[in-house]
Design a protein around this ligand. Structure first.
Ligand code: NAP
Length: 294
């Protein structure tokens, strides 16, 4: 058996088309959504991520700009730049590309972004709204993108057992809450596993929907998977690869080649969760701009 592929690129294109058509409608009312990226330092992966997001933004008609600050930027300077963007009515979304250089406190920086422009969904207000089920908040893009993969991939969720491996702040923890919500395309029974979970395979094998969000290359193998389960691979991990000009390649948390032979459906990696994260970022930005009309 070979699993059905949950094609994140195709699902993301569908969301981009919807975003683009709403951007056009908004332009007719005189508003072009604008997204500003702040990148601190020259981390090569961050440069690549931001440039990919900028390209997609342009494709859907969202105007974007990247503010590049030196690695040595003091906290006070960064916070001042965020305040300026918060106060600029032409800017609808602000994204601070992670990782920030060591020494800049993530929580303090993310919390400085106005919740109304926090299209990444990391601000404590938006996190609180997620917990409360308040739809006026912005959902974090990766967990929201995974829910969209399940919806567009027509994966049944109601009453299903979802096991999320990894309780990180950006993916695992918010995703567990979203999957447990009493709503369409969620309503799962959720287990949130982590590095202290004993006998992990015995738990993951109970999953109808298994999500790897732990950041360990090829960690989840057929031993962890119930035959027929849906497997979502969030991980982005660098492994050495002498045959690649960069000297490394990126792989997921799931050992795709072996797991796809027993899973019912599976995301490729790359080409699964990553494109959906960008799609949800742009749809959040559009919504931030639309909200200024109400
Ligand atoms: P994180 O904050 O470092 O969290 C990792 C989690 O995995 C922690 O809860 C950790 O447990 C758990 N873990 C680590 N080793 C484990 C093991 N052997 N068994 C069980 N659990 C284990 O990471 P993150 O920010 O959530 O990111 C997770 C992965 O997703 C990374 O590879 C990241 O690059 C990727 N990611 C992808 C996207 C995308 O768009 N595709 C977006 C965001 C993140 P403890 O809590 O006990 O330490």
């Amino acid at each position: 058996m070979s699993a059905r592929i949950l094609d994140g690129e195709a699902f993301a294109s569908q969301i981009h088309r919807e975003t683009a058509s709403r951007v056009t409608a908004l332009a007719q009312r005189g508003i072009t959504p604008r997204l500003v990226f702040i990148r601190v330092g020259e981390d090569p992966a961050s440069r690549a991520y931001v440039s990919r997001k900028e390209t997609r933004a342009k494709e859907v008609g969202i105007s974007s700009h990247t503010m590049v600050l030196p690695e040595s930027t003091p906290l006070a300077t960064l916070l001042r730049e965020i305040d300026t963007l918060n106060a600029d009515p032409k800017v609808h979304g602000i994204l601070i590309q992670s990782p920030l250089p060591a020494g800049l406190p993530n929580d303090q920086v993310y919390a400085r972004v106005s919740p109304a422009k926090d299209v990444d969904g990391f601000h404590p207000v938006n996190f609180g709204k997620l917990l409360l089920g308040d739809p006026t908040g912005f959902l974090p893009c990766t967990p929201a993108g995974i829910l969209e993969i399940l919806r567009l991939g027509k994966i049944p969720t109601k009453g299903k057992h979802a096991v999320v491996v990894g309780r990180g702040q950006i993916v695992g923890r918010p995703l567990a809450v979203l999957l447990a919500r009493k709503s369409a395309h969620a309503d799962c029974t959720v287990t949130l596993a982590h590095s202290s979970t004993p006998n992990l395979p015995s738990i993951t094998r109970q999953a109808d929907i298994l999500i790897g969000a732990l950041g360990r290359p090829h960690f989840l193998t057929p031993d962890h998977v119930q035959p027929g389960a849906t497997v979502i691979d969030v991980g982005v991990n660098r492994i050495a690869d002498a045959s690649n000009p960069r000297g490394y390649r990126l792989v997921g948390d799931v050992d795709f080649a072996s797991v796809q032979t027993i899973a019912g459906a599976i995301t490729p990696n790359p080409g699964g969760v990553g494109p959906m994260t960008i799609a949800l970022l742009l749809s959040n930005t559009l919504r931030a701009a639309e909200t200024t009309l109400s």
